[in-house]
Each structure stands twice: as C-alpha cells, then as structure tokens.
Design a protein. Structure first.
Length: 229
C-alpha cells in the first residue's frame, strides 16, 4: 500500500514561524537589557569590573541566564566595547557628518566629542579607562578596544584631509599631527574636568581646537571657523 505524504496545515506553519520570531525578539531584547546594564557598570567600574553575578542581580536574571547570552566574561567585555562604540557613533559621528565637508564637519566632530566627554564626567569614558586597563594586556579585549579607537581616529583624520581638499586647511596641514593634538586635548579635558574638577576645562578644550587649526587655516577656513563659534 502506497504511503501518502501528509502536509502540515498552513496555519500551523505560520504559527511556528511566529513563535520562533517572537522567541528571537525576546532573546534580543534580553541581550540588549543585559548590555545596557553592563555598559553602565563598565562606565563606573571599568571593563575589568564587569561581573556576571552583579549583572544577574541588576537585571533580575540568573547567572546562567546572563552567561547564556555571551558565553564568557571576555565576550561580554567585547560586546560592551562594541555597544559603547555604537552609542558613540550615534551621538558624535552621525550628527556631525550632516555638516558640510571640510572644516564645519571637522569642528562638529570635535565639538560633539567634547560634549560626549562632558556627559561622562560622572562615569567615565570606556575608550580612556579601557586603554589604562588593557594597554599592557594583549588579547581579544585589547584588540577590540584598539580597533574601535583606530576606527574613530581614521574618521577624524579623514575629516581633516577633507578640510584640506575643501580648501579650508592648507595643503601643508599634517593630518596625523592634527589628529594627535586633538586627541591630546580630549585626554587633557577628561583629566582636568574629571580628576581635577577644573571648571575651565571645557572652554580650554574649545580654545585648544582653534589654536591647533590656526596655523593651517586658509582665508576661507578662518571665516568658517569664526562662523562656527
């Protein structure tokens, strides 16, 4: 007797797909909740301060539940670095690139970077604190952190080169040196505002941008810099 293939009802198939989708969405939401809590913890206690147990307590989950979403403490640290970078891009990079290419965009990138640091004075910048924690500790966490910082540096240096191409900075402008000095301003701002509680730190950071740009400005660049302030 020949056997007959039995097809599942279309409604059953759709229900199964809907259940899988709902399960995946719930898993993504749970992971996002854990990451948000982990990012807050790392901002105050550093990447090395991340604890599966403390995160479980913060999120109301079991330790095994938290662990299941990342697999290891190292993967959790890397995920936090990526999440921090994504938020950094949302707050600094994407709004700034709406500005015209050249000096306006470069200035917007720096100003939003300064603004981001000013908001982190009570917690801390993971780029900066992470560098202190992992500068002499080779491994995947250090690599992930360095990759994110390099990506940001490449964005800034490209903005500097575009300012040269746009005729706002002279052709002799050294993009690598300008980048180095701008990063130095951010480190000084973080140190003086967070550690020394210097109330003039923000003003000095903005003044520092002008001093760094000044030797390389074209006439058109000077007009734009003045207009930007």
């Amino acid at each position: 007797m020949a056997t007959r293939e039995i097809d599942l009802p279309a409604r059953s198939v759709r229900t199964d797909r809907t259940d899988r989708t709902a399960h995946q969405q719930k898993g993504q939401q749970t992971r996002a909740t854990i990451l948000e809590a982990a990012l807050a913890m790392a901002s105050h206690a550093g990447l090395e301060g991340l604890s599966i147990g403390a995160l479980a307590e913060m999120t109301g989950m079991s330790k095994s539940g938290v662990f299941a979403h990342f697999g290891s403490r190292e993967e959790l640290q890397i995920s936090v670095i990526r999440e921090y970078h994504a938020k950094f891009e949302e707050e600094v990079f994407y709004p700034a690139i709406r500005q015209p290419r050249g000096l306006p965009r470069l200035q917007a990138l720096f100003q939003r970077w300064v603004k981001r640091v000013s908001f982190e004075l009570d917690s801390g910048c993971i780029y900066i604190s992470g560098a202190v924690e992992f500068d002499d500790r080779p491994g995947p966490v250090r690599d992930a952190l360095a990759d994110m910082v390099r990506a940001w540096h490449e964005t800034l240096e490209r903005a500097i080169r575009l300012a040269v191409e746009a005729g706002h900075l002279t052709a002799q402008a050294d993009s690598g040196q300008i980048l180095f000095e701008l990063h130095g301003l951010i480190l000084a701002l973080h140190h003086d505002a967070r550690f020394l509680r210097n109330p003039d730190a923000l003003l000095r950071a903005h003044a520092g941008f002008r001093r760094i740009a000044q030797p390389w400005l074209t006439d058109g660049g000077r007009v734009l810099l003045d207009a930007g302030n």
